[in-house]
Ligand binder design. Structure first.
Ligand code: NAP
Length: 522
């Protein structure tokens, strides 16, 4: 099997042998991926000339219907995707569901937003502001679709969700998409796009896919295009500094890595529901996708007096996770996606041990339920403890993209918030506490450094949506080292693909515009 690219309205094979697609459970080569000779600039141009006008001619409701049709086409083939996710990403059935159903679910959410926006093609913000006496001259703000293409470059850990959460928002906004999945796990994205194209539910040029390195993509960007990237901070820097990205000045959104934290409130101790909820959340973070989630809890901040209790509870849980071949239904955690990721995770762990000692894990798991310990990319759930988080640097700065999290004590609420901010800007933080004053004050104190804050008390219990999970209705992205980007957030996500213009004129003219637009606050 060799993955092809879908560009300029047809499937095209790369000219070279390409990179192998590997089963990380046992090292078996499944196929290859290559886009040598596939013209990325032509792909963007085709999307701009063909898909763009088709989408812009449609209303939001019609574009929403397209998204619903894509979701239905994928749902019809849902079962076939789990096997691909298992073989190419080492996913358990649960891991695969997070990725696959997360993607399909996001498409459905944005399909509903399209229906709500109705038969309009632009959005008017509510209200006008008077700019002259007697209201003879006023201003309103309207959003219209950028006449470009969207280039979506995605990370390896979410080949489905990463593809569809970006594509759903762009297509609803009226912008055609050229998506580039990460090569190592591109099989799932490739199969899903193949199924959608075969279902014939999208106008020509609305969705293109480049499987492989993607020659000419960055060079092909033009003004009015949008570049949305998810991946490492290093690659983000390369993209930001690319000569044509600087020259053509497309919109850029970066979702990069992040040293997220969770905080146990000073009120919480063993026997309290919030204590157990935090332990459950951290354990889930270590387990799901073998810890390869950008929103994962990398630092666990606990009151100094609770360090022993939290350590014992987490070590107990981590030691009981069944690791191995996800084909075995008893397995709760599979391997990392590749040997390269395993190597990178071990190298990162080595750096964390400058600041912290390993409590559990720290190597290839001793016991595997299936899979090959040598050829596979397994990594034991690993808990570290950092006694002096003020002096430490690595634990606040190095993301080990695997099942690795570091426990650290805080002295008082202000210290907890200060340590959380040492992440330099993060995607998500959670607070587990029944002390409303502490929780509210801490949420406000950490907010400038975080894109999403989840606060859990005993009343919320298990009804929360999870520290790790990005939700279509809420913004996803974080400041600083997390990339400074923002995705999703319901209708807010449309802003990236639309231009807000202040229109100044007579109130009657503004009324005409408003009459042709959907009213919404983005
Ligand atoms: P990566 O190595 O930075 O790769 C990300 C994407 O960029 C891949 O599609 C890759 O393609 C592509 N790429 C690499 N170099 C490129 C270049 N010079 N020009 C154009 N494209 C280029 O990241 P990764 O290893 O896939 O993902 C793991 C990282 O992503 C972690 O650090 C994680 O925290 C972060 N992440 C962040 C979020 C978020 O929402 N903030 C979500 C998921 C993951 P190839 O695969 O073909 O090289």
């Amino acid at each position: 099997m060799k993955l092809e690219s879908y560009v300029e309205g047809r499937w095209q094979a790369g000219r070279a042998d390409g990179r192998p697609l590997v089963d990380p459970v046992n090292g078996e080569v499944l196929g290859s991926v290559d886009a040598t000779g596939v013209d990325g600039a032509a792909a963007l141009d085709y999307a701009r000339r063909t898909g763009g006008p088709a989408l812009r001619a449609m209303t939001f409701a019609e574009r929403g219907a397209l998204l619903r049709a894509v979701a239905d086409a994928l749902a019809a083939r849902r079962e076939s995707y789990t096997g691909i996710a298992r073989r190419n990403s080492g996913n358990t059935a649960f891991d695969a569901a997070v990725d696959i159903d997360g993607g399909i679910g996001t498409l459905k959410v944005y399909a509903r937003y399209g229906k709500e926006l109705g038969d309009a093609r632009m959005i008017a913000e509510p209200g006008t502001v008077s700019l002259a006496r007697d209201d003879l001259f006023a201003a309103a703000h309207v959003w219209t679709t950028l006449p470009g293409a969207a280039l979506h470059i995605n990370a390896f850990n979410f080949p489905s969700w990463g593809l569809w959460e970006k594509a759903a928002v762009a297509i609803l906004a009226g912008v055609p998409v050229v998506a580039k999945p990460a090569s190592a796990t591109a099989w799932l994205a490739h199969q899903m796009v193949r199924d959608v194209i075969e279902a014939g539910v999208l106008p020509d040029g609305v969705l293109s896919l480049v499987c492989g390195a993607g020659e000419g993509l960055l060079e092909g960007l033009r003004p009015f295009d949008a570049l949305a990237f998810t991946g490492s901070a290093d690659t983000a820097l390369t993209l930001r500094a690319h000569a044509n990205v600087l020259a053509a000045a497309p919109r850029i959104n970066i979702e990069a890595d992040s040293i997220n934290a969770t905080i146990l409130g000073p009120d919480a101790g063993p026997g309290d529901a919030v204590f157990d909820l935090l332990v459950r959340e951290v354990t889930g973070g270590l387990t799901v996708k073998a810890g390869q989630m950008c929103t994962n809890i990398r630092r666990i901040l606990v009151p100094a007096g609770r360090l022993d209790a939290v350590r014992d509870a987490l070590a107990d849980k981590a030691g009981r996770i069944v690791i191995g071949d996800p084909a075995d239904e008893a397995v709760r955690m599979g391997p990392l996606v590749s040997k390269a990721q395993q190597d990178a995770a071990f190298a990162g762990l080595q750096q964390l041990t400058r600041d912290a000692r390993i409590i559990v894990g720290g190597g290839v798991p001793g016991a595997l339920s299936g899979g090959d310990a040598d050829k596979g990319a397994f990594f034991a759930p690993t808990l570290l403890e950092c006694a002096d988080p003020d002096a430490a640097r690595a634990v606040h700065e190095i993301e080990v993209f695997g099942p690795v999290s570091t426990l650290m004590p805080y002295r008082d609420p202000a210290h907890a918030a200060e340590l959380a901010r040492r992440g330099g800007g993060s995607l998500a933080i959670s607070i587990f506490s029944d002390d409303g004053d502490f929780a509210a004050a801490t949420a406000a104190a950490v907010a400038p450094a975080h894109g999403r804050i989840m606060v859990v008390d005993a009343g919320v219990g298990k009804n929360h949506t999870g520290h790790q999970y990005a939700i279509a209705h809420c913004v996803h992205g974080g400041p600083g080292r997390a990339g400074g980007g923002e995705e999703l957030g319901g209708l807010r996500g449309l802003r990236f693909y639309m231009q807000r213009s202040a229109v100044q004129g007579a109130p009657a003219l503004l009324g005409r515009l408003a009459g042709a637009a959907a009213e919404a606050s983005l």
